[in-house]
Design a protein around this ligand. Structure first.
Ligand code: HSE
Length: 388
């Protein structure tokens, strides 16, 4: 029998317990032994729940139990979660998490501890919710040089945009719906302002190129400044507006990562991704483009990825998964990136620009810095990159 614990019994933690309840039989068959939920660590009182018998409040119970194999960290944030993850790894436990904030900011250190203690630190659920994308990236695509990653990485904002555009629902109401469905972060500003997507594109970059990109080093723009007028103009011109995280390897060896709302051509597969769904496109020099699609948030989808990692950790007890990245990637700034740009302002279309309706244009290729200068000179009311 293998034993595991859940730290933090919120949306994800309770989803993991539910997946075990639903699928414990087939999980045991795959593992060759039964999987036992030995502890749930949470500050809340669980005495009136079916989990009263396994509820604990003291982390040292987990830390000092020699029969505990795996700890699921679904506390969130980077304070208590960081301390408990460090201590669990140092105590020789495998740790599995959905905590993108922690992995993006402290993954390098935690993976180094895991290596030293010969245990696994796995975090498939930290990017794309239930979508298998990290393991394909570091395993199945390992024979490629990764050239670019672009995707819808936040379920809450994609849900809000879809409800606003297709359902005519006001922003605040759409956000409340996303919260009720368990998609949004505790502080939904992390979703709305693009920080959550920023953490996820950093993790994808870390794995793709083996060097750390910290979230505070990249440009992040969310959907709060988005004007629905631009969504309508874009739509009439054959584009959809999507919040995308994007990471690219430049020809000079540097890399860049950022988050921003983009105009996406309607015939691009990403344009059709609605509601809570996420999609991540990865371009490798051998494989070309591959795309991963599925539910990017929610209890059971996220728990599906966590459970997969628990099984993988237990099946790699002797020879751990070799994951990690080194210090600071050489980064290019957002200003240096060359793209086409959507501008709105009611000015005559500058040379080389395609005219849309309502005084909006799409420019030819230019850097973000040049596009910013052009927008300022013309007094543009909106400036958005266009996905090529
Ligand atoms: N708040 C996140 C989202 C949860 O909406 O995508 C999944 O990481």
């Amino acid at each position: 029998m293998a034993n595991f614990a859940i730290m933090g019994f919120g949306t994800v933690g309770s989803g993991v317990a539910e997946v075990l309840r639903l699928n414990g039989g087939s999980i045991a068959e795959k593992l060759g032994e039964s999987l036992n939920l030995k502890y749930i660590l949470d500050v809340r009182d669980l005495s009136a729940t079916p989990y009263a018998g396994v509820a604990v409040k003291d982390f040292s119970v987990l830390e000092n139990d020699p029969d505990l194999d795996v700890v699921v960290e679904s506390i969130g944030g980077a304070r208590v979660a960081l301390e408990f993850t460090r201590r669990a790894l140092l105590a020789g436990k495998h740790v599995v998490t959905s905590n993108k904030e922690l992995v993006a900011a402290h993954g390098r250190e935690l993976l180094a501890i895991a290596r030293e203690k010969n245990v696994n630190y796995l975090f498939e659920a930290s990017v794309g919710g239930g979508i298998p994308v990290l393991r394909p990236l570091f395993q199945c695509l390992a024979g490629n040089r990764i050239e670019e990653i672009v995707g819808i990485l936040n379920g809450t904002t994609n849900y809000i945009l879809t409800r606003m555009v297709k359902g005519g629902v006001p922003f605040d109401e759409a956000l409340k719906e996303a919260q009720a469905r368990g998609y949004a972060e505790q502080n939904p500003a992390a979703d709305v302002e693009g920080l959550d997507a920023g953490r996820k594109i950093c993790i994808l970059s870390d794995l793709a190129w083996g060097k750390e990109v910290l979230p505070e080093k990249i440009s992040v723009q969310g959907i709060s400044g988005l004007d629905l007028k631009d969504v309508a103009i874009a739509s009439a011109a054959g584009y959809r507006v999507k919040l995308l995280g994007r990471a690219v390897k430049l020809s000079d060896g540097r890399q860049a990562a950022y988050v921003a709302p983009h105009l996406v051509p309607a015939d691009c597969p990403v344009a059709a991704v609605d509601d809570v769904f996420n999609a991540i496109m990865i371009r490798g020099n051998a494989v070309g483009d591959v795309m991963f699609y599925g539910r990017g948030a929610g209890d059971l989808p996220t728990a599906s990825a966590v459970m997969g990692d628990i099984l993988d950790a237990l099946q790699h007890r002797e020879k751990r998964r070799n994951l990690g990245w080194s210090e600071s990637a050489p980064l290019a700034g957002f200003d240096e990136l060359t793209m086409r740009w959507y501008l709105r302002g009611g000015f005559p279309a500058p040379a080389g620009c395609a005219e849309l309706s309502d005084g909006a244009v799409i420019t030819g290729a230019m850097t973000a810095k040049e596009a910013g200068a052009l927008a300022e000179r013309l007094g543009a009311a909106a400036l958005l990159p266009v996905l090529q």
